[in-house]
Design a protein around this ligand. Structure first.
Ligand SMILES: [Cu+2]
Length: 711
């Protein structure tokens, strides 16, 4: 396949706007062709009208990608065995570092499906221009921003989106409204969604209810070579259960800001972006799930109620210059991303109780890069780039009071003394850290005949430790959503992870039959992973907690280890007739420790999606079969449990009711298959239907309807 680089201003090939209100505005585009392969996979939500509330769920349908699910709005992206902070996520060009130290508000939760336009993953090696730390991959969510018109007069346009589903009696209603002419667009968006607990064939998964509201206001300007936009969003999540984690969401209140300026003229394109977010979050272990009980009285134990208040402040920028030359393009850029996290744990029944979870933990990344895309000949293409990142982190001193009743002897005194020892150890360490990281990549593509393009890529990618991996000082489960049930402590002076990866594949596009297989191998030195800690105080503290029925003993400590990942993924489609297409997406990955004999934690089971699509005149239907293999390669370090394989069937139809109204109806897990979801971790909330610390079940049969109406 030939990748097209759009070049504005050299020659003009106007794209005529169809005469409907939600069409693309005219663009002036000329294409220079560089030989390349299909290196992204995109799902356009307007086209598919997907069922789930959580955008991250859509990753399950993409080659190599999956979702670590800790709750209905708490999906963490996984790609080729890496997940969490190892995956760079962009929401309309912005990075968002959530408030929750367990990633309850993972980045993709800031692009709700009702507002989403498209979700794109980079297949394989990510260009250094895409993001700052792309060791595990790159996911881009694009929200709907309305359309300029082709008139000087302002017109009022918009779209509404309604949905309902049976598995949790969930509903979503949203409206997007714009006032636009050819140069200006004023836009707003409002959304409300809520749901009850989920059903599975064996009962109810609780607590999994959720409620979320979202409001957006934005403005866009476009004239000649210039385009500018500024957008604000407010997200208010209310009660939302996360049964795979020790607490549930009481609130997530976020204010998000982003602005973008682009100037494209002659042989240059300049893009400047500025973004930020201010997120605050409360969670508890008592308001949605059964509160902790006293082991002897079996009544709620007021001394073990916990509430955590966590905030994050983020601001970032990027400045990019793209230069178009005869045989391709150059790109240069600088970018910065500055985050700060605070979290404090309290007990509403004991005012003096507190634990500083994180105190002013900062992580600043400043990057600079250069990238080249060129045609070496008519059949040979090369992309290559290099990036330098400086990552600086620091944190304030911490303390705790685990003896709120000022007892003179007994457990609280011993616990409090141990916490004080851990705090002293931590505060006396060198907490300010700096890494200088170098990334590079190179990708060659060779077109051997009209149908076939071979591809080979290599890269070095880095990631510095997260604030949790460095600055978690007392054994806790604040691990960025690992949800393995283990408690962790950090290591302030962790080295940055360095991955070297190789990728091979080809694109074979033969009209009726297209296939895109990729083979990959990635070796990671200094891979950051929890290993049994040798800190005596942390071990004793954990043991005492565990004896009181709080958490598991033997905490892990984030440590530099060695790891490797390898596998393959493929997407393909085969036209059986003018109306019927067979699609297949298969993903296989192995992740293992190289310093000891162990597999890595929470790696997606091998899976294949087979789908039969039928296209009618103004409707289409899909029958999908999702097939997951057993996962027997599990992490002993993370006390991981095996999972059996399963198959589920989905059926859906999409109907164009009019030119401006689309309806999608469907049923997921049609046969109401009972299965366990390897990537959804373990149940941590009391539930008569699911044993505590046993694997979370997959969802039961779900009938859903989605309707989009443009006006
Ligand atoms: Cu949280």
């Amino acid at each position: 396949m030939k990748a097209a680089i759009p070049i504005l201003g050299l020659a003009f090939l106007p794209v005529i706007a169809p005469n409907i209100s939600f069409s693309q505005a005219p663009q002036n585009i000329r294409e220079i062709v560089v030989v390349g392969v299909q290196d992204t996979h995109t799902i356009v939500t307007d086209d598919t009208l997907v069922a789930p509330a959580d955008t991250a769920q859509m990753l399950r349908m993409m080659p190599g990608a999956n979702i670590n699910k800790n709750g209905e709005l708490t999906g963490i992206a996984q790609y080729r065995g890496m997940f969490g902070d190892r995956i760079q996520v962009s929401v309309d060009g912005a990075q968002i570092s959530g408030a929750g130290p367990n990633s309850m508000d993972a980045p993709l939760s800031y692009a709700p499906v009702a507002l989403l336009q498209s979700l794109t993953i980079n297949r394989g090696i990510t260009p250094v221009s895409a993001g700052q730390e792309t060791i595990g991959g790159f996911v881009k969510a694009q929200t709907y921003s309305g359309e300029f018109t082709d008139s000087n007069d302002f017109s009022f346009n918009g779209r509404t989106y309604f949905g309902a589903q049976s598995v949790n009696e969930g509903t979503v209603a949203s409206g997007f409204f714009s006032l636009a002419n050819r140069n200006h667009i004023f836009r707003s968006f409002v959304m409300n969604e809520s749901a009850d607990d989920l059903d599975f064939p064996g009962g109810t998964i609780a607590p999994t209810e959720y409620e979320r509201e979202r409001f957006d206001l934005g403005y866009g300007y476009k004239k000649g070579d210039h385009a500018f936009s500024v957008d604000f969003a407010r997200n208010n999540t209310g009660d939302a259960g996360t049964p795979a984690l020790p607490m549930d969401i009481l609130s997530i209140d976020s204010d998000l800001f982003r602005s973008r300026y682009n100037w494209t003229s002659g042989d240059y394109s300049v893009t400047a972006e500025l973004f930020g977010s201010d997120n605050s979050h409360d969670m508890t272990n008592f308001h949605l799930r059964r509160p902790p009980q006293n082991a002897t009285t079996m009544a709620a134990d007021p001394m073990r109620f916990r509430q955590t208040y966590a905030v994050s402040d983020n601001v970032g920028f990027s400045l990019k210059l793209e230069q178009f030359v005869a045989n391709g393009s150059w790109q240069y850029g600088v970018d910065g991303y500055f985050t700060e996290h605070d979290a404090e744990i309290t007990n509403p029944n004991a005012a003096a109780f507190y634990i500083d979870n994180f105190n002013g933990s900062t992580r600043d990344v400043l990057g600079v890069f250069a990238e080249r895309s060129l045609s070496l000949s008519d059949s040979l293409g090369l992309d290559a780039g290099v990036r330098f990142n400086r990552v600086s982190t620091d944190t304030g001193n911490i303390s705790a009071n685990l003896n709120p009743m000022n007892m003179m002897a007994g457990m609280p005194v011993m616990m409090n003394n141990m916490a004080a020892m851990l705090a002293n150890q931590f505060n006396s360490k060198d907490l300010s850290q700096q890494d200088n990281n170098i990334d590079w990549f190179a990708r060659f593509s060779v077109e051997t005949d009209n149908d076939l393009t071979w591809y080979a890529g290599a890269a070095r990618k880095t990631r510095s430790a997260s604030y949790q991996e460095r600055y978690l000082w007392i054994p806790m489960e604040s691990s960025g959503g690992l949800a393995d049930g283990k408690t962790y402590i950090g290591t302030p002076d962790l080295d940055a992870e360095v991955a070297h990866e190789l990728e091979l594949g080809f694109d074979w596009e033969n009209g009726d039959f297209n296939i895109y297989p990729r083979l990959f191998y990635k070796e990671v030195s200094d891979y950051i992973q929890g290993t049994p800690t040798t800190n005596m105080t942390a071990n004793q503290f954990s043991m005492m907690m565990s004896n009181m029925g709080i958490g598991l003993p033997n905490p892990l400590q984030f440590t530099n280890t060695e790891a490797s990942f390898y596998g393959m993924d493929v997407e393909s489609d085969f036209a059986l007739s003018d109306r019927v297409t067979l699609r297949a997406v298969a993903s296989m990955v192995r992740g293992q420790r190289d310093d000891i004999n162990d597999d890595l934690y929470r790696i997606s089971p091998d899976n294949i999606i087979l789908a039969l699509d039928y296209r009618g005149n103004n409707w289409m239907a899909s029958l999908e079969s999702l097939n997951y293999a057993d996962q027997n390669r599990i992490s002993a370090t993370n006390v991981e449990q095996k999972t059996d394989g399963y198959s589920i069937m989905n059926l859906s139809a999409r109907i164009n009711i009019t030119d401006t109204a689309v309806l999608r109806i469907g049923v997921e897990n049609m046969l109401d298959e009972e299965y366990l979801d390897h990537l959804a971790a373990y149940n941590r909330a009391y539930n008569p239907d699911i044993a505590t610390r046993s694997r979370m079940p997959g969802l039961g049969r779900n009938f859903y309807g989605r309707m989009m109406w443009y006006f």
